[in-house]
Design a protein around this ligand. Structure first.
Ligand code: ATP
Length: 453
């Protein structure tokens, strides 16, 4: 389904999931706004992650760090020097492109460091490649830093330059010692965070997949270096299990080991969890072997000592880190691609009920029968105290069902004439379209039970 992406983008706009940012001014590349249904879906997805990584565990602490940090953070992290992508300009139309995206079957992978060898090899590969827009001649590939800078202060010329965070996880390293001091956890333990990150991506594309402002979820798991291997394996399995639990099409989720040439210099090994999108297998989350890179760099740049003393073994070491770093927006997009389903006369989003924006929709069979409307409103108000519920009394029942299917509402409740006699309603299931009669006073339990399955 090559046009699946177009269908998703259109559905997202039409039904209030995602709008292009600043559209009335012609839009701005790489930025999107989440609409009323999008924010619900996104919050539900984030809640699932938080429950899995923080709430259910007693060895992970959640934080919520600021988007702006001291500029030194980004020197220590290596981003100022090395967080770059290769860029190439067309000499004729002046358009800019990610140089590595123009080379088919590029055998070398960019690790984003300031390694000039990569640029040289890339230039060789680019010989004979023309501008994809106008066919013009391309210039030489250059490095382009992805950090988005900001000026703090009010006096022009004296503003202090820092950056919007290029990756959210840096706040976790900054607060490692604070969490340790406040809660005295024993290693291994983790710190988790969901937060915005900003990158001057050269070619934002594929809708939410590559944006300039996006959200990440990170776990940094601090371990005794001797146990690094064991915990790396543990998180690989845990994370894969979790993503599989969210997807309907399990075959489209895979774990891919990075080749040696793809590894960051500090990494012994790296895996990506990937999803098979209409534009290829794409990274969903990275499971990274960060070793002592982060705490030693921040130790060096800040002059602080992050040595940990194991209270049992009485041994001192600098903790090593296993990182699991994934994208909230990519999860949003991949789960929509995964859920989208066309049948004869309807489009259904087969989202898991727990992440669907609305859990239930309530309809009176006929909008012009006050008794039906009154009863349906009572049920609607009652259910609303527990779930996000939609109300619809327009058109005929069939159309209302289809409208809810298209936004993934798992169940529709219809109040009909029998309801007035025996206090039962029909519940119609999104996936099977089967209907069932349930007592009104059992409805909350019925939905709660379904949602916990
Ligand atoms: P890519 O290779 O696709 O650029 P990355 O390896 O640079 O991604 P990380 O720095 O590991 O990504 O970031 C962790 C997660 O953040 C990624 O797995 C992805 O889900 C998400 N992410 C990264 N860049 C973007 C972006 N520009 N737009 C949306 N999500 C992103």
């Amino acid at each position: 389904m090559a046009d699946l992406m177009e269908k998703i983008v259109s559905l997202c706009k039409r039904r209030g999931f995602v709008y292009p940012n600043s559209e009335i001014y012609g839009g701005i590349q790489g930025f999107y706004d989440f609409g009323p249904l999008g924010v619900e879906l996104k919050n539900n997805i984030k809640r699932e992650w938080w429950e899995e990584m923080v709430t259910k565990r007693d060895d992970v602490y959640g934080i919520d760090g600021a988007i702006v940090t001291h500029p030194k953070v980004w020197e220590a992290s290596g981003h100022v020097e090395g967080f770059t992508d290769p860029l190439v300009d067309c000499k004729k139309c002046k358009k800019r492109f990610r140089a590595d995206h123009l080379v088919e079957d590029l055998k070398i992978e960019d690790t984003g460091t300031a390694d000039e060898e990569f640029i040289k090899r890339l230039d060789k590969n680019l010989k004979g490649v023309k501008c994809p827009e106008c066919g013009g001649e391309l210039g030489k590939a250059k490095r382009f830093n992805l950090m988005v800078d900001v000026g703090l202060g009010v006096i022009e010329g004296q503003k202090r330059k820092t950056y919007l965070r290029g990756e959210a996880c840096q706040n976790i390293y900054l607060n490692y010692q604070n969490v340790l001091d406040s809660f005295s956890p024993k290693i291994p333990f983790g710190i988790a965070q969901i937060g915005k990150a900003f990158r001057n991506e050269i070619t934002p594309r594929n809708f939410l997949y590559r944006q300039r402002e996006f959200e990440q979820w990170d776990l940094q798991w601090f371990v005794d270096p001797k146990e690094m291997e064991k915990w790396y394996e543990y998180w690989k399995k845990e994370r894969m299990k979790w993503y599989l639990s969210l997807a309907n099409q399990k075959k489209k989720v895979r774990l891919r080991k990075h080749g040696k040439d793809e590894l960051a210099h500090y990494a012994k090994v790296a895996y990506d969890i990937e999803y098979q999108t209409p534009f290829g297998w794409k990274e969903w989350e990275g499971i990274h072997w960060r070793g002592d890179w982060d705490l030693s760099r921040h130790g060096k740049y800040s002059g602080k000592d992050f040595t940990y003393t194991d209270p049992d073994a009485k041994r001192e070491f600098l903790p090593w880190i296993v990182e699991t770093s994934g994208g909230v927006d990519r999860t949003f997009l991949f789960l929509l691609l995964d859920a989208y389903h066309e049948e004869k006369d309807r489009v259904v989003l087969k989202l898991l009920p727990k992440i669907a924006p609305y859990k239930v929709a309530v309809f009176p069979l006929l909008a012009n029968k006050p008794k039906l409307v009154k009863k349906a409103k009572e049920i609607f108000e009652d259910l609303k105290t527990c779930f996000l519920v939609a109300w619809d009394d327009r058109g005929n029942i069939g159309k209302r069902y289809y409208a809810q299917d298209e936004i993934g509402t798992p169940w529709c409740v219809t109040v009909d004439f029998q309801t007035l006699e025996d206090n039962t309603v029909t519940i119609r299931d999104r996936d099977t379209t089967k209907q069932k009669r349930v007592k009104v006073d059992k409805l909350v339990d019925w939905f709660q039970n379904k949602l916990s399955q």
